[in-house]
Design a binder for this molecule. Structure first.
Ligand code: BMA
Length: 295
């Protein structure tokens, strides 16, 4: 049975006790590979319980140089409780990040862009209503439209939705494309997009998280049509990563693996995930082996 291979040196990032903003936990990271560097953006939580976004870079995907200060901090008015769970793509020569903005009204997907990971431009976007999360932007326009997967929290049980936009601000055509499957299965309670979809010769590869009736988070894979990304072609019935290691089983929230980043480098997929809402980990898949699941 196919499984992601964990890096034996996991976790690649742990909370940093000397930095107040990330002394409690670091998790749910985004990744982009560009100019020979793995650029990692991660959620850091400190003594104040607020999520900020930190940045680290690596040459090999395992050993990271880390900044001491967050590179993206919440706006007081619209996201006072923090910026959570970044997901990054390179699109039109810039890097775009979707993240979950958290306020007393609930969670909302927001969008920002950067060229250097340090200075950011927030984009005015009417991307989602309140109570929406797991926003993952496709890395290219499809039929001249921007496309996004997201997960409104009003469905029962909650599934993955699609939305389209001409300008990244106004969104339309929203509908559910994938629902949780099997009441008592590993993904029966709710599902949400993991990292942004990856283009392959067989379709758009989506890694997603599935939650069971006991609140255990596992990761699975599905394939969507290249031309019509609302069309689910296949979903692999078994998780390809589940909480097993001590750092995945014990932490802030037990038994959680939560991938938010994937990149393809030399025929391998590097998958970055938060473990037990406390540390950042990486696992690798051989592209050919993973693709066999979709033969
Ligand atoms: C989800 C999100 C993630 C978190 C996960 C497990 O709802 O809030 O940020 O990692 O729960 O606690």
């Amino acid at each position: 049975m196919f499984k992601l291979r964990r890096y034996p040196g996991n976790p690649v990032l742990r909370p940093e006790p000397n930095n107040e903003w990330e002394s409690s936990s670091v998790f749910n990271p985004a990744i982009v590979y560009s100019n020979g560097l793995f650029h990692l953006l991660y959620r850091g939580v400190g003594v104040d319980g607020i999520s900020r976004i930190g940045y680290a870079a690596s040459l090999d995907g395992f050993d990271f140089f880390r900044f001491n200060k967050p590179v993206f901090t919440p706006k007081l008015i619209s996201e006072p409780r923090g910026c959570e769970d970044p997901r990054a793509v390179k699109l039109n020569g810039r890097f775009y990040v979707t993240y979950t903005a958290y306020s007393e009204k609930g969670t909302k997907i927001c969008l920002a862009s950067t060229q250097n990971f340090i200075s950011w431009k927030r984009l005015e976007t009417k991307l989602s209503e309140e109570d929406d999360k797991d926003g993952a932007l496709f890395p290219e326009k499809i039929k001249n439209k921007y496309v996004l997967f997201h997960r409104p929290t009003h469905g029962e049980p909650m599934g993955i939705w699609i939305g389209y936009s001409d300008n990244l601000s106004d969104w339309y055509g929203q509908k559910e494309v994938m629902a949780p499957l099997g009441e008592r299965s590993w993904e029966g309670n709710k599902i949400g997009a993991g990292p942004p979809p990856v283009k392959t010769e067989k379709g758009w590869l989506l890694m997603y998280h599935g939650v069971d009736e006991n609140g255990v988070y596992r990761a699975g894979v599905a394939m969507f049509d290249l031309e019509d990304p609302s069309k689910l072609l296949y979903r692999h019935p078994y998780p390809i990563l589940k909480p097993e290691r001590d750092y995945e089983v014990r932490g802030k929230i037990p038994r959680v693996v939560f991938p938010c980043g994937i990149c393809e480098v030399e025929n391998k997929y590097y998958v970055y995930y938060g473990a037990a809402d406390r540390v950042v980990c990486v696992a690798v898949a051989d592209k050919k082996e993973l693709m066999k699941l979709f033969d």
